[in-house]
Design a protein around this ligand. Structure first.
Ligand code: FES
Length: 68
């Protein structure tokens, strides 16, 4: 799937610690850049395994350090 809805190429968003946000990767969400579940319909239609990337913001002190 490609950007057929002409969504902006770039998005920046601050996510409060503890909040979980699902970002659309199928480009078809009506709430883009957030996932609205449209990927499920597309997956049924195409057989592709589409889905969002889900980000959970954590306080800086809880971030995992590389190698730990
Ligand atoms: S609507 Fe696009 S990934 Fe969910």
């Amino acid at each position: 799937m490609i950007n057929t809805q002409n969504h902006p190429r770039r998005h920046e968003e601050k996510i409060p610690a503890g909040k979980r946000v699902a970002f659309c990767r199928c480009w078809q969400s009506a709430a883009f850049p957030h996932c609205d579940g449209t990927h499920r319909k597309l997956s049924d239609q195409t057989g592709d395994a589409l889905g969002p990337v889900v980000v959970t913001a954590v306080p800086a002190a809880e971030e995992e350090k590389p190698g730990e």
